[in-house]
Write a protein of this length. Structure first.
Ligand code: GH3
Ligand code: MG
Ligand code: MG
Length: 322
């Protein structure tokens, strides 16, 4: 009887322990389930944010420089399928020049709104503005790279610059650009000891053209002359509208004799062209080569003087400054 009661007591105790263990297990299971919900919630939350951001977002494994995830904007900027991009090395697409010397992981720098380059799946280069933030998620380190495509902004900047430096009527550079260009070219002459020449030409008796045929015909002549001259020049030559009917050509790498030959070609091309309404138009040209000790002003004065010499000597000719 005593034995029976002992066994019963033991069984009750075991049952109690078992119930306690079950309760603990139930509690931890509920906790795990809750954690699972929270984890999938935060993942969904993260994905929702990535999808909503109007910028490319890439999650990078900083140790292997591999792309772990990317949003739709990043995918469409790169082009192709997201699953083919995931797992690739980030430098294949973003900042290719920084491979092996990553500013974040190797040089421990901060990248915040810096201009960088993105290479898309077809190998085209896109200028981007990029920010990188290191984060720790589930005890792992990641880099979150956010970037926006600035090619449109760059195109607009270039277009604005082009408009600001171009003469609308003729498409030649306007005078605003002159100082910057001549200064740069003179610096180059000094550094590389290469020749630099300038040609200036002015239309002969242009006032008569306007007076006889009207301003619009005069404008058409200016346009046509610019077109004819541009076709003769090399890509490296600068062609500029100096004033009303005066033009300047800055030609690096050619000396006085070569500049004379070029000026003669221009003079003959214009002189031989049959302009609408008017028959013949001629121009007078001055030529000067940069000399040691020349300033911008003295250089331009020499070419201007030689052009007026050509006018004085009878027009429709080229005069070279000594
Ligand atoms: P020269 O042979 O001595 O150079 O005589 P010119 O008549 O060409 O010189 P002048 O300086 O007396 O006249 C220049 C003329 O150029 C005056 C002006 O009517 C004309 N001109 C200047 N800018 C423009 C322009 O944008 N359009 C037109 N149609 N004419 C212009
Ligand atoms: Mg003139
Ligand atoms: Mg003039």
């Amino acid at each position: 009887m005593a034995d029976e009661s002992k066994t019963k007591k033991h069984l009750v105790n075991e049952l109690k322990k078992l119930r306690h263990r079950i309760a603990v297990l139930e509690k931890s299971e509920a906790k795990l389930r809750q954690m699972g919900v929270e984890l999938s919630d935060s993942e969904a939350y993260l994905k929702a944010i990535m999808a909503a951001i109007p910028a490319g977002v890439m999650i990078i494994d900083p140790e292997r420089h591999r792309i772990v995830d990317l949003n739709e904007t990043a995918t469409s900027l790169i082009g192709g399928q997201k699953k083919r991009i995931i797992g690739k090395e980030c430098h294949q697409y973003v900042c290719p020049a920084e491979k092996g010397r990553c500013p974040i992981t190797d040089l421990h720098q901060v990248i915040d709104n810096s201009e960088r380059v993105l290479i898309d799946a077809k190998g085209r280069k896109l200028p981007i503005i990029k920010t990188v933030v290191p984060v720790t998620f589930r005890n792992c380190k990641f880099l979150i790279e956010t970037f926006i495509d600035i090619s449109e902004r760059k195109r607009m900047d270039e277009e604005l610059k082009r408009l600001a430096t171009t003469d609308i009527l003729t498409g030649a550079y306007n005078r605003t650009s002159f100082d910057e260009i001549i200064e740069r070219e003179i610096e180059r002459v000094k550094r590389y000891n290469k020749p630099l020449s300038v040609i200036m030409f002015d239309i002969d008796h242009f006032k008569q053209v306007n007076d006889t045929f009207g301003h619009n015909v005069g404008d058409a002549v200016l346009k046509k002359i610019a077109y004819l001259v541009k076709k003769i020049l090399r890509k490296v030559d600068y062609f500029m509208r100096w004033g009303g009917e005066e033009f300047i050509i800055i030609s690096a790498g050619i000396d006085r004799e070569q500049a004379y030959t070029l000026a003669e070609r221009i003079r003959k091309r214009i002189g031989n062209y049959k302009f609408d309404h008017i028959d013949k138009i001629t121009v007078s040209c001055g030529v000067a080569e940069y000399q040691e000790g020349d300033t911008e002003n003295s250089f331009i004065k020499r070419v201007d003087d030689s052009m007026y010499q050509a006018k004085r000597e009878g027009r429709n000719r080229v005069a070279v400054a000594v």
